[in-house]
Design a protein around this ligand. Sequence first.
Ligand SMILES: [Ca+2]
Ligand SMILES: [Ca+2]
Ligand SMILES: [Ca+2]
Length: 423
Amino acid sequence: MRKRRTGSLIFALALTAAGVFSSPEQTWAADGGDGWKFAAADSFKRAESSPESRQLPFVQGLSYYNRQWALNNNGNLRRVSWEPQMISEEFTSTPDSSSVLHRRYQWGEQVTNSLAGIDIRAEEAWQVYEQLPERRQVTVAIIDSGVDINHPDLAGAIWVNTDEIPGDGLDNDGNGYVDDDNGWNFYENNNQVTAEPGENHGTHGAGTIAGAWDGQGITGIADGNYVKLMILKVLNSQEGQGVAENVKAAIRYARDNGADICNISMGTSDYDPELEALIAESPMLFVVSAGNGDWTGRGSDIDQNPIYPAAYPCENIISVANLMFDGSLDETSNYGAVGVDIAAPGTYILSTIPEGYAYLSGTSMSAPMVTGTAALVYSARTDLDLMGVKQAILNSAVPLEGLAGRMVSGGMLNAYGAINYGR
Ligand SMILES: [Ca+2]
Ligand SMILES: [Ca+2]
Ligand SMILES: [Ca+2]
């Protein structure tokens, strides 16, 4: 068993207290409850590999920014996980003179230390953002579970359908949806897009993209004053599953109602030519998660075992893998030299959930990092179109040894490089 390093104790304690790192059952690689690895045929399933940790409350004036390693990694974070390690094996003879092998295991501590600087360079990106003279309004469609649209960190960043009169029972804008004020619930075919307690998945991604820059709670990557979140619910509240028909309907809604970027933190192994064509012909940019491994919990190659929409060969898709805070590809993350584009932080990500905050892990958390960056860049770089934003993001990725040959860019998301690209 390795000794703990005192230098990293403070942050580790905070996280251990949050219940993330300490106990065997929370070694997320062993978790089988939430990944794509069990996605049933014909269903979409959210991409999220870890069980939920203890939640943090919203407290007026209290900031959790120093726990968001993805934005500012000072190297003080570490993971302590417990895995079975074989300590002895021996043969014993039986009365019939055959032998039986006995192996003994004990739980062994595995420590992974974070590396300072393994982050998306958010603070430098925001400095450039402040210097840029123009702002474009950007609409991001979150195609996911519901979202807590009243969360203090999100309420100011929710898209409002200004052509719709709320609550009058009429489809005022004639788009086919009655009272679709903030989006639509395709799962239940109504206008209730707000998440129920425990419906964390969509709310978590929303916070990463546009959590308020208000000095409390968490901080999102993009400026919620200019980047608005259109909520399109396609997954059910509990198991996080949905069907392709609703995903396609949500994409059509996003396109028809002015969305620029779609975040799709989910996937399926079922190929759907209609979905592929819908994406390919869309003017929107799609940021999608690469998925969290096969049934063993280990990441797999989506060029061999495709997960969609990540593996569709569409120009307007950015497919995202899960980066660990030591700069390695997370062991649950899928990869693919052709089908995956870039890695972004996705393990132990603190963001919003209904009525609070929680750490979640998976490529579901990685995709919103890229979406938030794309929205930030698209808002302030009015000289770029959406494909230009994609190029800026991929071409500015920071190459990392463990990512080379496993994704198109071979690197991790660099928000500073992206917003400064070509200037
Ligand atoms: Ca309407
Ligand atoms: Ca109405
Ligand atoms: Ca905040």
